[in-house]
Design a protein around this ligand. Structure first.
Ligand code: PMP
Length: 437
């Protein structure tokens, strides 16, 4: 017995949830490129669930793997022991990653992967006797999950401002989004490489010997699909090397084929020291995240002094058997269907389709790389985010699921998408854009 109805009992503590209460949208079934609502309407999935269902929904091979694993062994404690699928998945994820990123730690989410990567970065410097390297650098408009470390290095001020000082010694470099110079550029925008030099500002301010790591999303997803200018990530890499700072790529969204390679690190030709993953690692079917570390970090860490050997870090559900089984079946599916390069094949088709919306009402910028796209709208005066949210609602009524972040519409469809679906997405969006005020 409860004294509130189900709709009130289910509570997610963030303010946008009020919108949901006014407008409940209940999804009941999913298959391939589609969801079906509780009342039976078919919805085309334009965001792969939440940037995670890269192979499309309800893939029988993944479903079977989860069922079989649940029957065979439901759970295995991850400390001082393991199970074969954990080792196999680690090896296969490392094999997809840029050379040298070959040590894999499993978490249950992207947020946990971020916390882990930040801790590894600090512990790495400490184990080399550089205990003063404790400062962390994030980027304005970065999103790194919602735990305390992630909101500290994250650039969404609203997510952290009520929580006091959080991690100490965190700074943010400027973000790279500049529609005034780069509007409607396809792929990587031409201007803004010099923004990477913002690292030098922080080095001058604090001294490089105090800075542990820089964390960035290669393509910022949740804050508006911001694609790095040509040469920007290379420049970040150079500056980190120059100053002995670790470079962390948060590939929670960009991992597993979103930009046309297994990871964005390969698309952009830049290898970080640490990489965080989640979402697509299990095709969104079972919660899982991971951190990949370089051989150098692993060896330093493991050869470090006694105080690090006393360090404990890990989760009850690290390398959970169901997640590992789902992960292996997911990687099989990606490999068999060539999905990790499919975004590269479809990039121009996708870009052409998005650019048909150039003249649609309110559109001020269109950005894309691989199969991730952003359509930025002019905000309605005094009501930031409202116009895009109304487009979201209108699309949903018309049978299309999109995501909005501020006044940007974000698209990241399952990689199994066909050109006809791309056509349907832009047609529906066009209709919605003409409809909203
Ligand atoms: N990092 C990035 C880049 C993300 O996009 C997200 C989630 N959208 C996270 C971290 C957090 O992942 P999770 O929601 O699985 O904790």
């Amino acid at each position: 017995h409860t004294d509130v109805p189900a709709m009130d009992a289910y509570w997610m503590p963030f303010t946008a949830n009020r919108q949901f209460k006014k407008n409940p949208r209940l999804l009941a079934r999913a298959e391939g490129m589609h969801y079906w609502t509780a009342d039976g309407r078919q919805i085309l999935d334009g965001v792969a669930g939440l940037w995670c269902v890269n192979a499309g929904h309800g893939r029988p091979r993944i479903v079977r793997a989860i069922q079989e694993q649940a029957a065979e062994m439901d759970y295995a404690p991850p400390f001082q022991m393991g199970h074969p699928k954990a080792f196999e998945l680690a090896e296969r994820v490392a094999a997809l990653a840029p050379a040298g990123l070959n040590r894999v730690f499993f978490t249950n989410s992207g947020s946990e992967a971020v916390e882990t990567a930040l801790k590894i970065a600090l512990a790495y410097h400490r184990s080399r006797g550089e205990a003063s390297r404790t400062r962390l650098i994030g980027r304005e408009r970065g999103y790194h999950g919602v735990n305390f470390g992630g909101i500290s290095v994250g650039g969404m001020v609203a997510n952290r401002k009520m929580f006091g000082s959080l991690l100490s010694g965190v700074d943010h470099i400027r973000h790279t989004h500049d529609p005034a110079r780069n509007a409607y550029s396809r792929g990587q925008p031409p201007h803004g490489v010099e923004l990477a030099d913002d690292i030098e500002r922080l080095v001058a301010l604090h001294d490089a010997s105090t800075i542990a790591a820089v964390i960035v999303e290669p393509v910022a997803g949740s804050t508006g699909v911001l694609i790095p200018p040509i040469g920007y990530l290379q420049r970040l890499r150079e500056l980190c090397d120059k100053h002995g700072i670790l470079l962390i790529f948060d590939e929670v969204i960009t991992g597993f084929g979103r930009t046309g390679s297994p990871f964005a690190a390969q698309t952009f030709g830049v290898t970080p020291d640490l990489m965080t993953l989640a979402k697509g690692i299990t095709n969104g079917c079972v919660p899982m995240g991971a951190v990949l570390a370089s051989q150098k970090i692993h060896d330093t860490f493991m050869g470090g002094p006694e105080h690090l050997i006393e360090l404990f870090h890990g989760y009850t559900y690290s390398a959970h058997p169901l997640a590992c089984a789902a992960g292996l079946a997911t990687l099989d599916t990606y490999a068999e269907e060539g999905l990790l390069s499919r975004a590269a094949t479809l990039q121009e088709t996708f870009a052409d389709a998005l650019h048909t919306l150039r003249e649609a009402p309110h559109v001020i910028d269109i950005r894309n790389i691989g199969l991730v796209g952003g359509i930025e709208l002019a905000p309605r005066p005094g009501e930031p985010g409202k116009r895009a949210f109304e487009v979201f609602l209108d699309c949903y009524e018309r049978g299309l699921l999109i995501r909005t972040t501020g006044d940007t519409i974000a698209l990241s469809p399952p990689l199994i998408i066909e050109p006809a679906h791309i056509g349907q997405i832009v047609e529906t969006l066009g209709a919605a854009l003409r409809r909203v005020a």
